[in-house]
Design a protein around this ligand. Structure first.
Ligand code: NZQ
Ligand code: ZN
Length: 385
């Protein structure tokens, strides 16, 4: 096992009817800015419930944070923070709202040019102060509710922004708040959670037995409840399991002490930035192709995945790996996803553009062993055509 630090200070408040507990979670004297997206929380009544749960506070609102939140939009919220002397941010929404709110919290307290915050990759941004945030989660997918990262879109690129100051103080996870999600967003959430898990699990073995078996538990849970929570969105137990898996897949637990890949995410971010495809969908497009191209580098963990997660025991090593990749693709298509680039109008010219964007953003040595050069990324994308 590799050396690691693990620190996660977020208080999780999980279950039905917990929104009214906001009153005890947000300081009584707070001047609160509630941040939200394009309107789903208004339409389905969550915003009203949140406001009712905050009696006695000065409450302001900032809506219109778009999917793949944009720097310019978030800077308008920073202005609102300064103008109204906000001292607590409450994100009500999915990953985009939570990520955007983390950025608002950092940029509001940052003395330098806010754009600089986009240039630190996976390293912590150089800030020593940020506004406190809480979240109310309406879409289980990103794990943003219990981690310290966000992804901000700016001028055709998607930029990770990390800071230990970005962990939410608390996150309310009420599975019932997610019942109104459209089917494709539930599928995105299942796939995002699945790929967060394999990015930290299908690399090379370091005898991280707890991490491996916890990852396998998340993957098997998703395989069991994924189709059900799409077909029966109001089955509480199936949805609750998705919500908790999404949080646990990216809160640092399964990634501690093991190598991590993230090549699928980096290529996927370029697909979103260039073609506007949803984050979860881009991952389903890239991951199986990545395994096909780098099956030798990942051989031992792909075999372990095939045997333990899918129960494939018969056949040669190659046959087990082929079957594991095929079962994964069937799982994604069974959730209603179209997982070929050509299904989305992307051809060889599009692939060249993606590879150029990876080079422009310095993403030229990806994966757990940094062997994914632009040439390898091109081969992966071609395998996804
Ligand atoms: O904007 P509104 O009107 O609220 O509608 C949203 C949005 O259109 C809708 N929605 C959310 N909750 C709903 C709902 N509709 C009906 N009922 C509800 N309960 O869903 C749409 C998508 O929302 P979004 O927040 O964009 O989706 P998601 O949670 O998948 O977040 C994607 C963003 O997270 C980043 C991605 O790059 C992308 O920008 N990621 C963040 C990560 C992190 N912080 O750790 C890791 C991830 O890998 C990912 O990169
Ligand atoms: Zn993701």
């Amino acid at each position: 096992m590799l050396n690691f630090d693990f620190h996660n200070p977020t208080h999780i408040v999980f279950g039905k009817d917990r929104l009214n507990e906001l009153d005890s979670l947000v300081p009584e004297s707070a001047r609160v800015l509630i941040t939200y997206g394009g309107g789903s929380v208004k339409k389905f009544g969550t915003l009203d419930k949140v406001i009712q749960a905050l009696p006695g506070r000065e409450v302001f609102r900032f809506g219109g944070i778009e999917p793949n939140p944009k720097f310019e939009t978030l800077m308008k919220a920073v202005d609102a923070v300064k103008e109204n002397r906000i001292d607590f941010l409450l994100a009500v929404g999915g990953g985009s709202v939570m990520d955007g709110t983390k950025f608002i919290a950092l940029a509001s307290a940052y003395g330098g040019e806010p754009e600089e915050l986009l240039s630190h990759g996976f390293n912590p941004v150089p800030v020593d102060n940020a506004l406190p945030i809480g979240t109310v989660v309406t879409l289980p997918a990103t794990g943003s509710e219990m981690n310290s990262g966000g992804v901000i879109s700016h001028q055709g690129g998607k930029y990770p922004v990390f800071s230990p100051l970005s962990f939410p103080r608390f996150s309310i996870l009420d599975p019932e708040l997610t019942y109104t999600l459209p089917v494709n967003q539930v599928a995105n959430g299942i796939v995002d959670t699945f790929i967060h898990t394999v990015e930290q699990y299908i690399t090379y073995p370091v005898d991280g037995r707890f991490q491996d078996r916890t990852s396998e538990g998340i993957l098997q849970t998703l395989i069991e409840i994924g189709p059900k929570t799409i077909e029966e969105p109001e089955d509480y137990d199936a949805r609750a399991n998705l919500v908790w898996c999404a949080t646990m897949a990216l809160n640092g637990l399964i990634g501690a002490g093991v190598p991590q890949d993230w090549e699928t995410h980096m290529i996927g971010h370029e697909l979103t930035a260039m073609f506007g495809l949803d984050h979860g969908l881009t991952l389903a497009l890239v991951q199986p192709a990545g395994w096909k191209v780098r099956r030798e580098q990942k051989k031992e963990k792909l075999l372990q995945y095939g045997r333990r997660v899918w129960g494939i025991t018969a056949g040669s090593d190659d046959e087990i790996i082929d079957a594991a990749i095929a079962r994964t693709e069937e799982f994604f298509t069974g959730l209603g996803m179209k997982i070929r680039l050509s299904d989305h109008g992307i051809d060889e010219t599009g692939i060249k553009d993606i590879v150029a964007a990876l080079e422009k953003h310095g993403l030229t040595a990806l994966s757990e062993t940094q062997d994914v050069t632009p040439d390898v990324s091109e081969r992966i994308l071609k395998a996804a055509l």
